[in-house]
Design a protein around this ligand. Structure first.
Ligand code: 15L
Length: 272
């Protein structure tokens, strides 16, 4: 039976995965800085600060696969990003190598490619254009993933995740929404697919307004069941309630692009 570790288990996505993954991986180990408040007695939890290499190695002990969602998941101060996402991701891959873990599913993000305009369709070959230090840290994580896969034979799947929620809540979500059950399907390809060595997929459902060519995921048998258009009314109403954001509304990364933006918007638009 595959022994699987889920990091970031106390966070928003981790909480959803805690409910959905045990059906596939009954021996699921959970980790985070603090245990989930509703941790059950039949759940295994190992506390670890990702910046603490020894603690990360202890949490990886005995695992076949790691699903790495532990991170600071939005833009933040450099020290926070450095410790949780850069040092933390290095510690995670290094622990996997030292402990003989065979597979890692790395939660990357759409913010690796946030500065592509919304009218440009991109695939997983697109050059990284991160929109935040957070996006830069996920780009670094994808680099580490490729390095550990090629140099040390780890099998790694990077998921450039859009927005995980039960519903699509605004216009941008109509393009990037990922239904939690579809995320589980993508994770299972990363943990189980026999042909996988190193791949990048977009973490997105079957959205007609999508911006990303996810042929790579379909090649591995991904069959998303979610379709953001089911929430179109709610999403359009949600958009109307939002303040105008010319920069954020132009680029794929949305508010992550406009946050602290001091660039030359007109020049960037000409580039495209
Ligand atoms: C992310 O990478 C974040 O972790 C998540 O909180 C959302 O903000 C998402 O991107 C998004 O782009 O909506």
């Amino acid at each position: 039976m595959t022994r699987v570790l889920l990091t970031g288990a106390s966070g928003g996505v981790g909480t959803r995965l805690r409910k959905l993954l045990p059906a596939h991986y009954p021996q699921l180990r959970l980790s985070d800085l603090q245990p989930p408040t509703d941790l059950r007695s039949d759940e295994e939890f190992v506390a670890a600060d990702l910046a603490d290499a020894a603690a990360v190695e202890r949490m990886a002990e005995g695992m076949d696969a790691i699903i790495h969602f532990g991170a600071f998941s939005v833009e933040g101060p450099w020290d926070t990003i450095l410790n949780a996402n850069i040092v933390g991701t290095y510690n995670l891959f290094e622990a996997a190598r030292r402990q003989g873990v065979k597979r890692v599913v790395f939660a990357s993000s759409n913010h690796v490619v946030g500065f592509y305009p919304r009218d440009q369709r991109i695939n997983t070959e697109a050059t990284a254009l991160p929109d935040t230090l957070y996006g830069v840290s996920k780009t670094f994580g994808e680099g580490l993933a490729a390095f550990y896969a090629h140099k040390f034979g780890l099998r790694v799947l990077c998921l450039r995740i859009g927005n995980i929620n039960e519903q699509a809540l605004d216009l941008r979500h109509l393009s990037i929404w990922l239904k939690p059950e579809d995320l589980v399907q993508l994770i299972r390809i990363g943990v189980e697919h026999p042909d996988l060595n190193y791949e990048i997929f977009y973490g997105v459902s079957d959205n007609v307004r999508g911006w990303w060519d996810n042929a790579n995921a379909y090649r591995y048998g991904y069959k998303p069941s979610g379709e953001s258009e089911d929430f179109v009314q709610m999403a359009l109403e949600g958009q109307v309630a939002k303040p105008a954001d010319p920069v954020g509304d132009y680029f794929q990364g949305g508010p992550f692009c406009s946050q602290g933006f001091q660039g030359d918007f007109e020049r960037l638009k000409q580039r495209d």
